[in-house]
Design a protein around this ligand. Structure first.
Ligand code: PEP
Ligand code: MG
Length: 946
């Protein structure tokens, strides 16, 4: 496992003796494997960092009731550093320490991995600061200061980068620790932990070296648990560990605490560029230029016996949002033990313990004083940050220390509840509540859950780590998950536990199932962040990677077999289970109501069928912005009639086919209008890319020929004639209505007759908007519009009812955007078809883009897929021109967008900015668009800090 960049691995220690008395000035560079410090900082840090670079302050201290930093300095101090400073300023119990800024990381990489020249002096001052507060000195053999060294980027990247604890321990200081704590066993246990962690993180010696030694020692002594080991055992294990390090790297384990410190600092900066951190950044759009900070902090020990503990807690439940302290802790444990999920953690509150049925005491009963202090602090932190906090703490011999706080990651469901409740508690405003919800995250709420009526073949129950349910084929490795996903398969990633190396697999999977680990284990935290269902810690399951099986009692499931997980209940079910659409919570409605009050942009849905329209209304659509009439004909029975129409040689034949279609169309429209209850409905005339409708097999041709009463051979010939090289730019859009006006006439008749009928049925007048697709010239629109108007007059006469309607057009070709002023003379509304507009502006075929677009985005030629999020500069310029020129001629011209971009939050913000009247998107994205439109109105920046 090459977890670190080769440069830092090979040169950090391997093959080079650690000189205990090495000249101080050479240490930073040596530890990072590079020659002496850079003369000057040639790096060009991001604008906001430049002030710090100019001032030359690389180190910010905190502790003792005050700090040089504060929460607002995340960019420079990273999230952890900024919040440690803030907690210190609040007077909370934070072990003293200092933060080496992200500007150092940026400079380090910009200068061939050399540090700024006066960094070392500032780090020394930082150590003196800690020494002053703690009364301990770094490297002092009698009263040593031990520190932790942790990464801390501006955005949280859980588990992606390195951490070293107990740093400063060596053969001398361990004795001092033993003496001071009065616990030799604890001292040597801490030392062996340090050797293992440091050797792995800094010297790149794999964990198994140490795990093997420990296991061998235990079996020799007939021990089963680590807790069985005595002080003498740990002393022996330390000896063995040190020899193994020397064997592996050719030099002894570094004894000089300063060498250790610079080695760890170099490793943390090095970990910014490790493969998993790079992948994580790519998945979360975190720029490389942000860099990480390094936090050096006095150690506090959670493993000093039964009055010590370590834990993590959320001020509210991160899965449901419920307002109740929620978390886990471990007695007599250190550092990351809770997150690692190696031991089963205990509940914090007594209420939670009762609910879980655990027989282990809660923190509330086991450590009442520390619990009371934690409760006080969490209240302070929530009020101060005005948001749910995710905290890490350690209890050292009864005293509580805060090691971290940050705004906690949460599911969309929890985010909604927390935002609404915080607003109701008056901690934040309603507008802030609206601004806090990531629009795209609402997708999570719309995920299916298991049908309560479905039969459940539950084979195991684990922890409900991340809500929602998913079914898929079992895979046991992340690489395989990614491969099968690329083949279009749905998979469930099944692991004993996940690690940061698994993120690509977790990303590819529909859901994640682990047999080990708690609610705050890696799998649980990451899956929640990704919005994927996850069941963790399903301990009754046996995973056998070699045999590729998952065993639950007598049931053995093999790789490739189907499994379902329910991340809301923790159940694991064999096979695929029917799902149901989610019920939306009261908070959802409340927040959406607040969002609707602030937004000015309308939100409609693209809906082609009554079912779509019903979903759209349920999600709050204010109309239909696009009904693609060709989609009404994908049905087996109907496609036949469309084929007849397309393949007709003569107008007569075509009219016959159209006569079959007319009642179907009219029926659909009546239903759509009825569902929409007088809201606007835009119906687009037929725009079939012909290849989607032509019969391909002989059987299909024979069937159509029989229905039309023509020779199949002749018909086959005609189908061949109609085949196009480039159907997307071929005989489609208004070109059909121009060549065959009877098609447009039939559709117009169906629309108007349906409007009359639906108006009568609902008592609400229907004002249909008839939309002409793919026009490039005003002349095209005029020709088609004339037919529509004539048909409207005819239907009015026949029905004796007055018709109110509008005729408008799609703007989806660059020429149409450029000629919008002329076109607006005839068009009563515009709707930007940004799918085709993107296709034609870029000259990238919508159907063929997949084969090369990935390369473009990977290489940064394009920031993302322009069919997903609108290219604001290029395609966006045409939209701006279209709006401006159109409205110059027709002042109140109604303008919307109906391309896929209408449901993409960044594109919605763009639409707001250019002054569109509405966006129209697929029904399930309507809530996302409503929220994005509200945030655009609130002026929320698209890219914010995490
Ligand atoms: C468009 O081009 O953006 C559009 C909505 O039409 P279609 O996707 O049907 O071509
Ligand atoms: Mg189009």
């Amino acid at each position: 496992m090459a977890r670190r960049p080769a440069s830092s691995k090979k040169t950090s220690a391997k093959g080079k003796p650690a000189k205990a008395k090495a000249r101080a000035g050479s240490k930073p560079a040596k530890a990072a494997g590079r020659p002496a410090a850079a003369k000057s900082v040639a790096a060009k840090p991001a604008a906001a960092k430049s002030a710090a670079v100019k001032s030359g302050q690389w180190v910010y201290v905190f502790g003792g009731g005050k700090a040089q930093g504060r929460a607002g300095m995340k960019e420079l101090l990273g999230g952890k550093g900024a919040n440690l400073a803030e907690m210190a300023n609040l007077g909370l119990p934070v072990p003293p320490g200092f933060t080496i800024t992200t500007a150092v990381c940026t400079a380090y990489y910009a200068n061939a991995r050399k540090y700024p020249k006066d960094l070392e002096k500032q780090v020394d001052a930082g150590l003196s600061h800690i020494a002053k507060i703690t009364g301990r000195k770094f490297g002092d053999p009698a009263n040593p200061l031990l520190v932790s060294v942790r990464s801390g980027a501006r955005a949280s990247m859980p588990g992606m980068m390195d951490t070293v604890l107990n740093l400063g321990l060596n053969d001398e200081t361990v004795e001092a620790l033993a003496k001071q704590s009065g616990d030799r066993r604890f001292a040597y246990d801490s030392y062996r932990r340090f050797i293992q962690m440091y050797s792995n993180v800094v010297l790149d010696i794999e964990h198994h070296n140490f795990e093997d030694i420990l296991e061998e020692h235990k079996s020799r002594a007939n021990y089963t648990l680590d807790t069985d080991l005595t002080a003498d055992d740990w002393i022996e294990v330390v000896k063995l560990y040190k020899s193994r390090v020397e064997e592996e790297q050719g030099t002894p384990f570094p004894q000089d605490p300063r060498d250790q410190l610079w080695g760890a600092i170099g490793a943390v900066f090095g970990s910014w560029m490790n493969a998993r951190a790079i992948t994580y950044r790519r998945l979360h759009s975190i720029p490389e230029s942000w860099g990480t900070a390094v936090n050096v902090q006095a150690m506090v020990f959670g493993n000093m016996g039964d009055t010590s503990a370590t834990g993590v807690a959320f001020t509210r439940n991160p899965s449901t949002g419920e307002k109740r302290l929620y978390g886990e802790f471990l007695i007599n444990a250190q550092g990351e033990d809770v997150v690692a999920g190696i031991r089963t953690p205990q509940e914090i509150t007594e209420a939670a313990r009762k609910e879980s049925g655990s027989d282990k005491p809660s923190m509330e009963t086991a450590m009442p004083a520390a619990f009371k202090e934690l409760t006080r602090i969490y209240g302070t932190l929530e009020k101060h940050y005005r948001d749910m906090q995710d905290m890490e703490f350690t209890v050292e011999q009864g005293k509580l220390w805060m090691l971290q706080t940050r705004n906690g990651k949460r599911t969309a469901k929890a985010a909604l509840r927390i935002a609404v409740e915080l607003a109701n508690e008056k901690l934040i405003t309603k507008d802030e509540a609206v601004a806090r919800i990531e629009p795209a995250s609402l997708d999570q709420l719309l995920h299916p859950t298991i049908d309560p009526k479905a039969e459940r073949n539950v084979i195991a129950t684990g922890l409900p780590a991340s809500p929602g349910a998913a079914s898929g084929e079992i895979v046991f490795s992340s690489d395989e998950a990614a491969e099968l996903k690329a083949e279009g398969k749905k998979v469930i990633l099944v692991r004993v536990e996940t690690s940061p190396e698994d993120i690509h697999g977790m990303h590819a999977a529909e859901g994640i199932l682990t047999t080990r680990g708690g609610m705050t284990s890696h799998a649980a935290v990451v899956a929640r962040g990704m919005g994927k269902p996850c069941v963790s810690g399903a301990g009754s399951l046996r995973v056998d990677y070699n045999a590729q099986t998952l065993q639950a009692g007598n049931v053995v499931l093999k790789r490739g077999e189907l499994v379902t997980i329910d991340g809301s209940t923790g159940q694991v079910l064999a096979g695929r289970v029917p799902m149901v659409e989610p019920e939306l919570s009261g908070e959802f409605g409340t927040l959406m109501g607040w969002a609707d009050k602030v937004r000015s942009l309308g939100v409609r849905a693209n809906a082609d069928t009554p079912a779509d329209a019903r979903v759209a209304v349920r999600f709050g659509a204010q109309g239909i912005g696009l009904c693609r009439t060709e989609h009404m004909f994908f049905d087996e029975a109907r496609i036949q009639a469309v084929r007849e129409m397309i393949l007709s040689d003569t107008t007569d034949q075509r009219k016959k086919a159209l006569a079959k279609i007319l009642p179907m169309q009219r029926g659909d429209f009546v239903e759509l209008f009825e569902i929409m209850q007088g809201m606007p409905v835009t119906i687009r005339l037929l725009d079939p890319p012909l290849h989607e409708f032509l019969p391909h097999t002989e059987e299909d041709i024979a069937e159509v020929a029989a229905a039309m009463g023509v020779d199949p051979k002749k018909l086959g010939h005609r189908a061949k004639e109609l085949a196009e090289f480039n159907p997307m730019l071929g005989f489609r859009g208004c070109r059909i209505a121009i060549a065959y006006p009877e098609v447009a006439e039939m559709q117009a008749r169906a629309i108007f007759e349906a409007a009359v009928e639906a108006g009568k049925r609902t008592g609400k007048p229907v004002v249909p908007e008839v939309m002409v697709p793919l026009i490039a010239t005003k002349a095209e629109l005029d020709i088609v519009k004339a037919r529509i108007d004539a048909m409207a007059a005819e239907v009015q006469k026949e029905s004796g009812s007055k018709l109110n309607y509008q005729v408008g057009t799609m703007i989806e070709l660059p020429r149409a955007a450029l000629m919008a002023d002329e076109i607006a003379q005839s068009a009563e509304f515009f709707s930007f078809g940004t799918n085709d507009l993107t296709q034609t502006t870029f000259g990238i075929s919508r159907d063929d883009a997949a084969s090369f677009l990935g390369i473009y985005t990977q290489r940064g030629i394009l920031p993302g897929d322009p069919f997903v999020s609108i290219d604001q500069e290029g395609v966006g310029a045409l939209v701006r021109i279209g709006v401006e020129r159109g409205r110059k001629v027709r002042g109140k011209l109604k303008v919307g967008i109906c391309g896929e971009h209408g449901g993409d939050p960044a594109s919605v913000a763009f639409c707001h900015e250019v002054g569109l009247d509405y966006v129209s998107c697929s029904p399930f994205r309507v809530p996302i668009a409503r929220l994005a439109a509200a945030q655009a109105a609130l002026g929320k920046k698209a890219a914010g800090e995490a």
